[in-house]
Design a protein around this ligand. Structure first.
Ligand SMILES: *Cc1c(COP(=O)(O)O)cnc(C)c1O
Length: 384
């Protein structure tokens, strides 16, 4: 927390706006619009709700096909099933870990060959790293398919100078407890298209018609953000830029200390883009590391009481999604087998980070069946 949140929450209580609307909801929406430089923002109860309502306004229904990155958290894909549509999963490219334009086009063509046209593409900016948007948009435009950018993990990330989420028809955000800023739970949808955002605002508030009595022409939902949560969000907005700087610094620290170890690779940032580095994630290739692998690192962290976990298990390998089509060559499966998310929280101190580096260094010293040049290890310890 920044220190301002409680003051705003107390103010919300004092004003008695204890409701899913109020001055802090409006202020939070305006601050998000200013930060992302998008024209229209609607604050919602979760990032999942934002993706769901985006699919609703894009007309996704039973029998439709929606293409989605396989390398993501389940919340990106679940709304496809809420709408009883069929997900088609697309593999990642090896460097950014995001949707591969090559496999995207194969998937689009595959769906068209089956006599359907994909109703939407959900492109995720995984762990904050911007996806290949120019290439993805070129394919989407060629086949006239709207792109929804799941920027839940990427608030503060830019692509060619603009905030991510604005090249597609809509972008979605999450303020869940684990994200770069949090409202305890919350989400938002943003776009330069006023009619889409107006429509989502209407659907998120039970689709009430503008008449004095309660009248509904459409199936509504109840997923507006609480004024209390928005008050927390307004406090968090004051530190968002600093949080991005902190996360990027953490990434650079790890890269400097671990980047020379054989077999370790970091998630890449595309040219002309900047990741918020929400999480610093690495892969370790046991063929190059002399046998050090992901599970060894996970175990070593556990023994030191340091929290770490594997990167997301791809959607096409999830029991709930395994029956659906997948286009790819196993790239994200390999990333999953080798990938680990390192501690990346904004409150980590340099001493915490040194402990993390130390654990990985020791795994190499004790387990690697190769001899490492001294400078490789020296570089890791040079901070001490
Ligand atoms: C967190 C997350 C979501 C969902 O956000 P919630 O606010 O938790 O519903 C969606 N997509 C991705 C990639 C996420 O990481």
């Amino acid at each position: 927390m920044s220190g301002h949140e409680l003051k705003y929450v107390e103010d919300a209580f004092a004003s008695n706006w204890i409701a899913p609307l109020g001055p802090y909801v409006t202020a939070f929406e305006n601050e998000l619009a200013a930060f992302t430089k998008s024209k229209h923002v609607v604050a919602l109860s979760t990032g999942t709700a934002a993706i769901h309502l985006a699919l609703v306004v894009l007309g996704v229904n039973e029998g439709d096909v929606v293409i989605c990155s396989t390398g993501t958290f389940a919340a990106s894909a679940n709304p496809i099933l809420y709408q009883r549509a069929t997900p088609v999963f697309v593999d990642a490219d090896r460097n950014t870990w995001n949707m591969s334009p090559y496999w995207l086009e194969k998937a689009v063509q595959g769906v068209i060959e089956q006599g359907k046209r994909p109703k939407a593409i959900i492109a995720v900016h995984l762990y904050g790293a911007p996806a290949h948007m120019t290439e993805i948009m070129a394919i989407a435009d060629r086949y006239q398919i709207p792109v929804l950018e799941d920027a839940a993990e990427a608030l503060g990330s830019t692509y060619r100078g603009n905030h991510v989420g604005l090249l597609g028809v809509m972008g979605t955000l999450s303020f869940n407890g684990n994200k770069i800023i949090t409202t305890s739970g919350g989400g938002a949808l943003f776009s330069n298209d006023k009619s889409l955002v107006d429509r989502i605002r209407y659907l998120s508030d039970q689709a009430r018609d503008a008449v004095p009595h309660y009248q509904h022409n459409h199936l509504g939902y109840n997923c507006r953000l609480s004024n209390i949560c928005a008050a927390i969000g307004c406090g968090q907005m004051q530190v968002l830029s600093r949080r991005v700087q902190q996360r990027r610094w953490i990434f650079e620290f790890y890269r400097e200390k671990l980047g020379l170890l054989p077999g370790i690779e970091f998630q890449a940032e595309l040219a002309h883009s900047a990741s918020n580095r929400w999480l610093t994630c690495i892969t370790v290739d046991p063929d190059l590391s002399g046998g050090v692998d992901r599970d060894m690192l996970l175990k070593a962290f556990r023994e030191e009481n340091i929290d770490s976990r594997p990167i997301f298990k791809p959607m096409h390998l999830q029991p709930i999604y395994s029956q659906f089509p997948y286009y790819g060559d196993g790239t994200f499966e390999t990333l999953f087998e080798r990938g680990i998310c390192l501690p990346s929280g904004s409150s980590l101190t340099i001493f915490d980070l040194m402990r993390v580096v130390d654990v990985i260094q020791r795994c190499y010293q004790e387990r690697a069946e190769i001899s490492l040049p001294a400078f490789v290890l020296d570089s890791a310890y040079s901070v001490k």
